[in-house]
Design a protein around this ligand. Structure first.
Ligand SMILES: Nc1ncnc2c1ncn2[C@@H]1O[C@H](COP(=O)(O)OP(=O)(O)OP(=O)(O)O)[C@@H](O)[C@H]1O
Ligand SMILES: [Mg+2]
Length: 343
């Protein structure tokens, strides 16, 4: 393997690119702004434009529920990212790639991740694009030992998906991708603010409220935030003060749905592995694992030890990086044929 090797995690909210032996070189919103057929901006800069554009602009998130929903725009974003990054990191032409593929997706959805790279401006050879099961990359990025017979459970709570997986011997024993994540919490906050305060807020404001005030258990100390939006009745700009107790009540049910999905997987886990998980607990990753007291809610509901992983939003791409850099993981890098046959 040459050193021009890149790992990519195509998230619903964020795209993360890792360069072998260097680390994460791109970690931005997975958003592209197109105007009259041409890319105007990508990443965080495109997200700045979100919700503020004139009619001839299209600002989109090409990945939905963890899969490539808009191939053309995802490819345009990727090629622009390569062009921007090549100034500092050299040309991407002829590079090798490794990508993370969610569990529980169709063969066509799986193929799209390989096709993206094959169709990109880097034009890698067919065998220079490999993929890894996302939960396996996630566990390695979380610093867990996945190649032994000891069972582990990792839950990646992202923007539109929560991927729950039980693993042993470098493979997935049991997994489920459920379509709930941070975006659902943002939508719930938008609806609750509208109901309680007659205030229409945008998704960026909702995400800010969530990051500042959300809590998975009734907050002991109530925090507040002044937010701006439009009055439902008059349509005029107005403001309201939102507090963390209100946010907790708004998102409580959605958080319980995530916990319930995890419990269902635990119930289906073979007894030997269940006893390993009883020893080691559950590892939470993904950006949404940062919700205050989420570990306490999971601990209360599952009676297991809960660990929130450091740098939780980046564990998948960091895991992909470790897989690139360490020969002991070479069997985990799969060609399309192997991935389609369950790896
Ligand atoms: N401090 C925080 N508190 C609560 N939520 C947060 C925090 N930081 C980030 N998030 C949420 O985490 C989500 C992004 O996480 P992540 O980068 O893991 O998602 P993703 O990989 O793009 O999505 P997916 O895995 O679903 O495809 C967003 O919904 C974001 O609002
Ligand atoms: Mg993710």
């Amino acid at each position: 393997m040459s050193s021009k090797v890149f790992a990519i995690d195509f998230g619903t909210s964020m795209i993360k690119i890792y360069k072998k032996n260097e680390g994460v070189i791109f970690d931005e919103k997975n958003v592209v702004a197109i105007c009259d057929g041409a890319v105007k901006a990508i990443g965080d800069e495109a997200f700045e434009m979100y919700g503020r554009t004139p009619d001839n602009f299209e600002v989109t998130f090409p990945v939905k529920y963890g899969v490539v929903a808009d191939f053309a725009n995802m490819l345009a974003l990727l090629n622009s990212a390569f062009a921007v990054l090549s100034d500092k990191h050299g040309k991407f032409a002829g590079a090798e790639f490794i990508v993370a593929i969610p569990s529980d997706i169709s063969e066509v959805e799986c193929r799209a991740f390989y096709d993206l790279l094959w169709s990109s401006s880097a034009k890698p050879k067919k065998d220079k694009v490999r993929a890894v099961h996302k939960p396996v990359a996630n566990a390695i990025g979380a610093g867990l030992e996945v190649m032994t017979a000891n069972g582990i459970m990792v839950v990646d709570i992202g923007a539109e998906t929560t991927e729950i997986a039980v693993m042993a011997l470098g493979g997935i024993v049991n997994s489920k991708k459920v379509n709930i994540g941070g975006n659902r919490l943002d939508e719930t906050i938008i609806n609750s603010v509208k109901k309680r305060y007659n205030l229409i807020i945008g998704s960026k404001t909702a995400e800010l409220i969530k990051k500042e005030l959300s809590c998975a258990l009734p907050p002991k100390e109530v925090k507040t935030l002044r937010v701006y939006g439009r009055d439902v009745m008059t349509g005029l700009p107005t403001e309201a003060e939102i507090d963390s107790a209100f946010v907790y009540e708004s998102i409580e049910e959605q958080l319980h749905s995530i916990v319930d999905a995890v419990k269902m997987i635990l119930e289906k886990t073979p007894p030997e592995i269940a006893s390993d998980i009883l020893d080691t607990g559950i590892y939470l990753t993904g950006g949404s694992a940062n919700i205050k007291d989420l570990d306490k809610l999971f601990a209360q509901e599952t009676e297991l030890e809960i660990h929130i992983c450091e740098n939780s939003a980046n564990t998948v791409v960091i895991g992909l990086g470790k897989i690139l850099e360490n020969g002991k993981y070479s069997d985990l890098r799969l060609t399309l044929d192997k991935m389609a046959n369950g790896g």
